[in-house]
Write a protein that binds this ligand. Structure first.
Ligand code: TRP
Length: 468
């Protein structure tokens, strides 16, 4: 076997891990999920989950990955075959998330050209243009394919060269444009109501579904619960400080999500749009906002370029999980693994994309796009994170974890015992309760059966774990 590649530099790793975390989850998903779930209370619960669960799970993923020097499945399997299913569940999550993520990545790419082509000239039509575009059965497919091909090229070139470079150059640009949008939005009359919506909690709107949505958002946004950070950790140098890296990545990711919220909601309220506008939110708000500015179309274009790149640095990490599995466990060459994985993903994406126009198969009334999202965001990621914590807390040795996190005792991690108690007891119990309550309230909204199917899939995988 080839010697495992390592990150070229510390900054390279942080940027790549942050690049994985910061993506459509922060800029597209977070604002509309917060909007759908009533704003302030959701945001507060999400922040609590990020701090107490997200950071700890990320540190666990880094530690398990670097210890084993293997990708998700191998990391579990090398310790205990009965745990292989947790890794395989992660690979399945990778396929499913990549079954809709490139669809939205394709929208972002398409919007680069739409804004250049005069989308902002008729502000009143911006909303309808989005609706018409995503429900079109064929045009978004072409963009999705182009977007997916970009992933293929980056991942086929190997870990350090492709992913590291893309992250380093383009992340700061995105940050800058978001700040610009936030500042512009806040100067509009009536924008203060948007901040209030985002930050003033109203607990009367909180249900089990809200709490599960916040947990799912925390996992999705931080790229946790499917072995992505295990895989990235396996490429990490033995000298790096894992806790510090996890803290930086968590803080950056959450900062961008909150910034995206501050960029979207004040403008929305100023324009009198509905906060629960759904998946179209960024694609409508950002062009509408820049339509008000002279030369705004240039900024709008730049925004969608940056959004596409942020999405790319995330989706390459998803593809990488699947590819690393095929290379490490199934002895594929990198090229063959990339082609095989992305072909399956392309098929899933076609189903997801056409489902938005009402076409394709349905499950309990949900189209493919929603099914892939529900299964991963609401079930597989959180349960995957829970399983990782149980594995680390109950199957691995405490001394080994201490040794890995302190780099053999050469650096300090003062909160080690707090982290360990969180991982061993508190996170598994919390996730179990939140998932149970969330699935229960899912039966009011119709998504309950799909979540139960997700749980059954996990149980089946667990039952055949030794054969995986
Ligand atoms: N976190 C990314 C985003 O916010 C998406 C992502 C990348 C992801 N890798 C992941 C989500 C692993 C869950 C698991 O867009």
């Amino acid at each position: 076997m080839e010697k495992r590649e390592h990150w070229g530099s510390k900054i390279g790793f942080v940027m790549a891990a942050a690049g994985s975390a910061v993506g459509l989850g922060n800029i597209w998903k977070f604002p509309y999920t917060a909007g759908n779930n009533g704003g302030g209370a959701f945001v507060l619960i999400y922040l609590l989950f990020v701090i107490f669960i997200g950071f700890s799970v990320m540190l666990t993923e880094f530690a398990v990955g670097r210890r084993s020097q293997l990708s998700a499945v191998g990391a579990y399997k090398s310790v205990d075959r009965r745990w292989a299913f947790s890794g395989v569940l992660g690979v399945l999550s990778g396929f499913l998330i990549m079954g809709f993520y490139p669809v939205v990545g394709g929208w972002a790419l398409a919007y680069v050209f739409k804004t250049l082509g005069g989308l902002l000239n008729d502000p009143a039509a911006i909303g309808d243009t989005f609706g018409g575009f995503i429900t079109n059965p064929t045009i978004p497919l072409a963009w999705m394919v182009v977007y997916l091909l970009l992933n293929v090229v980056i991942v086929a070139r190997g870990i350090s060269k492709g992913i590291e470079m893309a992250g380093k150059i383009l992340m700061p640009i995105l940050f800058g444009i978001l700040i610009l949008i936030a500042v512009k939005g806040l100067t509009l009359p009536g924008s203060a109501a948007g901040l209030e919506f985002l930050f003033k909690p109203d607990f009367t709107v909180v249900t089990g579904g809200t709490v599960l949505a916040a947990l799912g958002q925390a996992f999705f946004s931080l790229s946790l619960g499917m072995g992505c950070m295990i895989t990235y950790g396996s490429y990490l140098n033995k000298k790096e400080n894992l806790a510090q890296n996890a803290a930086i990545v968590t803080a950056m990711d959450t900062g961008v999500a909150i910034l995206a919220g501050i960029a979207m909601f004040p403008a929305m309220f100023a324009f009198g749009m509905e906060p629960a506008a759904g998946p179209g939110l960024v694609f409508v708000v950002v062009p509408s906002l820049f339509a008000e500015m002279t030369g705004g179309f240039l900024f709008a274009t730049l925004f969608f370029v940056a959004l596409t790149v942020a999405a790319l640095t995330s989706s390459v990490s998803l593809l990488e999980v699947v590819v690393a599995y095929l290379i490490d466990e199934k002895e594929f060459t990198r090229k063959k693994a990339v082609v095989a994985a992305s072909s399956v993903m392309a098929v899933l994406c076609v189903l997801a994309s056409i489902s938005l126009g009402g076409l394709g198969p349905k499950l309990f009334g949900f189209g493919a796009f929603d099914v892939f999202d529900l299964l991963t965001d609401k079930i597989f990621l959180a349960i995957g994170g829970m399983l990782l914590c149980i594995f680390a807390g109950w199957r691995l040795k405490k001394e080994d974890l201490l040794d890995e996190i302190t780099n053999g005792g050469t650096i300090k991690f003062a909160a080690f015992n707090v982290w360990y108690i969180l991982v061993k007891f508190i996170i598994p119990i919390t996730v179990a309760i939140v998932a149970f309550k969330g699935v229960q309230s899912g039966f009011d909204g119709g998504s309950g059966p799909i979540m139960v199917i997700g749980l059954v899939i996990i149980a089946l995988f667990a039952a055949i774990s030794k054969k995986l």
